[in-house]
Design a protein around this ligand. Structure first.
Ligand code: ZN
Length: 300
């Protein structure tokens, strides 16, 4: 256990460095918008276009579950005209930060209207926050963000409507491509291991089974018993591959692969985008990267 605890602590230390500080939301003449993490910021950028200046508090490859806000974040919220959060328990730190900032900006929960999936977490039922992993849900996020931008900046209503329409069309195309790609993976091979339980909505939407040693939050440590159980499960059910995630330490999953004989697939983008030069710099690129990695590992 001491070893596992070390692995997780090390992961968090790496991530807080990789997450970095936010860029400034202020730009002359643009609506300052703050999103809690990179995927929400990308949705907002697609709908807001040139009329808004959006920043993400938790940047590329950052872990939103365990983020520790900085004093500069309160200043960003104080200057914001619109604040976007995921909700469903993803950002346990946001309410305190909003209160501390004294902001008067509206706070929009982008998952409003989405049916939350329940997850078992440390023996109790919790809501799974990773709703963006279903493209159908992503469209609800986009509609909520469009309506929030129109309310915050009515003069831009026609621009926000047109941008949202255009982006929703791209999400339709993405959904078709993902569904077609998964249809080529044999159903018996549509089960994989990831570090934390981030793909519940993806699994439900596209017929995949994801198994994870950590719970829906990266705050939950994997127990030695859970890891041993997963290794046995991989062997008895012939689970073909394990996958790394961009927001978690790779060593736990690599150890599981070594012990079980499963192959290591690529890196899936679960809770954050990649930096601009990476393979998942936008939500659409992130989903296309994930399906490419899954297909490469699971189709013989
Ligand atoms: Zn997560």
């Amino acid at each position: 256990m001491a070893c596992l605890r070390y692995v997780i602590t090390f992961a968090l230390a790496c991530i807080s460095v990789a997450g970095g500080g936010p860029a400034k939301a202020q730009a002359p003449g643009k609506l300052p918008v703050v999103a809690t993490f990179s995927i929400l910021a990308d949705f907002a950028r697609n709908v807001g276009g040139d009329r808004i200046a959006v920043i993400a508090l938790v940047g590329p490859n950052g872990d939103t579950h365990v983020y520790q806000p900085k004093p500069a974040d309160a200043k960003e919220l104080g200057d914001a005209r619109l604040i976007l959060e995921n909700g469903l328990g993803l950002e346990g730190w946001i309410d305190r930060l909003i209160n501390a900032s004294g902001t008067k900006a509206p706070v929009i929960v982008a998952t409003n209207g989405i049916s939350p999936q329940p997850m078992r977490e440390e023996g109790r039922i919790a809501q799974d926050p990773h709703a963006w992993q279903s493209i159908a849900n992503a469209k609800i996020y986009v509609a909520n963000i469009r309506d929030a931008l129109i309310a915050a900046d009515p003069g831009g209503a026609s621009v926000y409507r047109a941008n949202a329409e255009n982006y929703l069309g791209k999400l339709d195309a993405l959904e078709k491509d993902v569904t077609a790609a998964i249809a080529k993976i044999p159903p018996a091979r549509r089960q994989i291991i990831t570090t934390h339980d981030a793909f519940g909505y993806f699994g439900t939407a596209y017929g995949f089974r994801f198994i994870a040693p950590e719970g829906v939050s990266t705050e939950t440590e994997a127990s030695a018993r859970d890891v041993a159980k997963i290794i046995r499960q991989i062997k008895t059910e012939n689970i073909p591959a394990v996958f790394l995630e961009n927001v978690t330490d790779p060593r736990l999953v690599k150890n599981i692969a070594t012990e079980s004989g499963a192959k290591v697939g690529g890196t899936l983008y679960s809770d954050a985008l990649s930096p601009p030069d990476g393979p998942g710099a936008t939500y659409i690129e992130m989903m296309r990267n994930n399906i490419k990695q899954l297909s490469a590992a699971l189709i013989d």
